[in-house]
Write a protein that binds this ligand. Structure first.
Ligand SMILES: [Zn+2]
Ligand SMILES: [Zn+2]
Length: 147
């Protein structure tokens, strides 16, 4: 049971880490890596994808070390971090940027709210969160409107 708490805390905490990194690192001193994600192009890969590789490391490391230590809390932190990475990919790369056609039905209120927030980020708004750390008005707009 406590392991599930570790997993959920890691998952939710990663949204904060992603928000923080996006705001202060990607739009800060590592803008050179993030810039091409904000520049229209037809390439399959972006330099920005390097962040995904780096972000994968703690998840893999924790999962591995936790598994070696008889599946202690580190394992569940690692799984939580990795599940966040997967959700981030499904949201950001599949849902918003259409890099793979894995989600057929995009038409629900939650998806519409988070997609709009990220699209607005690409239009210059300061929305740095991804899965839920976005201004509340995006959710309000969608959930107050009819289907
Ligand atoms: Zn950005
Ligand atoms: Zn984007």
């Amino acid at each position: 049971m406590i392991n599930l708490v570790f997993l959920i805390v890691a998952f939710l905490g990663m949204e904060f880490v992603a928000w923080f990194t996006h705001k202060y690192v990607m739009h800060g001193f590592l803008w050179v890596w993030h810039k091409d994600h904000h520049t229209p192009h037809h390439n399959k890969l972006e330099r920005n994808d390097l962040f995904a590789l780096i972000f994968a490391i703690p998840g893999i490391l924790f999962t591995f070390l936790g598994a070696k230590a008889n599946f202690n809390y580190l394992f569940f932190l690692g799984i939580g971090i990795t599940l966040y990475g997967l959700s981030y990919f499904m949201f950001h790369d599949v849902l918003v940027h259409h890099r793979a056609n894995l989600i057929k039905n995009r038409n629900n209120k939650y998806f519409r709210a988070v997609i709009k927030a990220h699209n607005d980020h690409h239009s210059g708004k300061k929305n740095y969160g991804f899965l839920f750390m976005i201004p509340w008005r995006y959710f309000k707009q969608e959930f107050n409107s009819n289907p």
